[in-house]
Ligand binder design. Structure first.
Ligand code: ADP
Ligand code: TPP
Ligand code: MG
Length: 399
């Protein structure tokens, strides 16, 4: 059957039945169920294309479709990986934030590039190029766009993606600034097999490279308009490109939210060390660990001590955040807020990976736990002995 005829059959059949959730909203459904409106239709299409190519005696180059950090395409000498990510003003950044600090062009370009580079790294691949689409109001200035371009190139350098170019893009108009970057990467010849989310096995070590919880702590500070502590430690000129701050821990959290970096070379190192599964943590450690657990059909057990070690440096920040809230909290609430940032905070773009038990962890990775044979039907993430509730970012039910 020709592709056209096949596609028409699919369209006719989809018109015949009205999906029972047709009037349900994104807010009611959440991201994963909203994707189900999209995926069966494109997967049908992809299957029709595959059949068509087969009949022509050609191979479909799409090796891995939707569902992982990147799509994977057959390539010579090694497979190519492809991803895209979007930032929207008002939803993903503010200019200015209630705290008085701005995400200007530099921060927006920086963050948009990092998000994409992290998805490439999460496949164990090396970033090759970015294509940048920028929609903005007509009153956006030359200076903003210049800062935006510099933010992109500085992020590429800071993430260690030294072979990544910027090869094109698109300009458009919109009421709110919207940036969409598409990134292409390539597997290294020594490790041509992409690291998917689905390869983890019971017994594997779960390990993490990068930082986690800091961007969430930064977000919480930036969203506060009257934090006396923050006002105290910020230097006078806080607007513009680089907010200055006299407190190193607060500065680290603000930087993690405004100009995050991802440990990109650690992706290739992980592939080389035999990583069985990997993703970048963008929506929260528990939620993203659950994605590996579900894709690989394993339970993941995170060590309470390892989580405590990640949370500890965030306790002074939790104190700063709670100082900005109406009533002062006790020490226990600082500790639990720090842990909430580590377990549920997104946007740091560290790499969570699984390695065969006994494998030497590559530089930059610390062990967080292990994969287990699943106990129930639904794979779970455990914290210590107990099942952890997968908090995390959900676009249609924010904050
Ligand atoms: N509109 C869409 N159409 C097709 N696939 C999509 C769409 N949105 C997301 N996906 C796929 O769903 C998966 C999860 O997306 P997302 O959570 O944005 O990934 P990530 O957090 O790694 O950026 C990805 O494999 C992505 O390609
Ligand atoms: C104004 C504002 N509100 C809320 C957030 C928090 N936030 C926005 S997106 C996001 C999660 C990551 O975004 P997503 O598009 O899911 O990235 P991906 O998983 O696709 O890499 C978080 C925590 C923010 N950065 N800015
Ligand atoms: Mg990702």
């Amino acid at each position: 059957m020709s592709l056209q005829k096949n596609a028409r059959t699919i369209r006719d059949s989809s018109q015949r039945q009205e999906h029972p959730l047709r009037d349900a909203t994104a807010a009611a459904l959440g991201e994963s169920r909203i994707l189900r409106a999209f995926l069966p239709i494109i997967e049908n299409h992809n299957a029709a294309v595959k059949d068509h190519q087969h009949q022509q005696g050609a191979e479909d180059p799409l090796l891995v479709g939707p569902g992982d950090d990147c799509a994977v395409f057959a390539g010579s000498p090694t497979p190519t990986v492809l991803t895209t990510d979007t930032l929207v003003e008002g939803e993903d950044f503010l200019d200015p934030w209630p705290a008085g600090i701005s995400s200007g062009g530099y921060e927006v370009g920086y963050k948009a590039a990092t998000q994409n580079l992290a998805d490439i790294a999460a496949m164990g691949a090396e970033p090759v190029t970015l294509v940048v689409s920028l929609s903005m109001p007509a009153h956006t200035t030359y200076g903003w766009v210049e800062d935006f371009a510099r933010g992109i190139t500085d992020s590429i350098v800071a993430c260690g993606a030294h072979s990544c170019t910027v090869s094109g893009g698109d300009l458009g108009t919109s009421n709110d600034i919207t940036v969409s970057i598409t990134a292409m990467g390539r597997m290294h010849p020594d490790t041509p097999k992409p690291v998917l989310r689905s390869g983890a096995q019971a017994g594997d070590t779960v390990a993490f490279a990068g930082q986690v919880g800091w961007a969430d702590a930064g977000l919480r500070l930036l969203l506060q308009s009257h934090n006396p502590y923050l006002a105290d430690i910020m230097a006078k000129q806080t607007t513009g490109k680089h907010p200055r701050c006299n407190d190193k821990v607060v500065q680290r959290a603000l930087t993690a939210q405004l100009r995050p970096t991802s440990p990109v070379p650690a992706g290739v190192l992980a592939a080389r060390a035999g990583a069985t599964a990997m993703l970048d943590v963008s929506d929260g450690l528990l939620k993203d660990a659950e994605r590996i657990a579900c894709a690989s059909a394993v339970d993941i057990s995170l060590s309470a001590e390892a989580i405590e070690a990640l949370s500890k440096p965030l306790v002074p920040l939790a104190q700063a955040i709670l100082h900005g809230q109406p009533r002062n909290e006790d020490a226990d609430s600082y500790v639990s807020l720090a842990q909430e940032c580590v377990l549920g905070g997104g946007e740091d773009h560290g790499l969570l990976a699984c390695f065969p038990s006994g494998a030497l962890l590559p530089e930059g990775f610390v062990a967080l736990g292990s994969c287990l044979v699943p106990e129930g039907q639904q794979p779970r993430v455990l914290l210590g002995q107990r099942q952890a509730q997968a908090r995390g970012w959900e676009h249609y039910q924010p904050l």
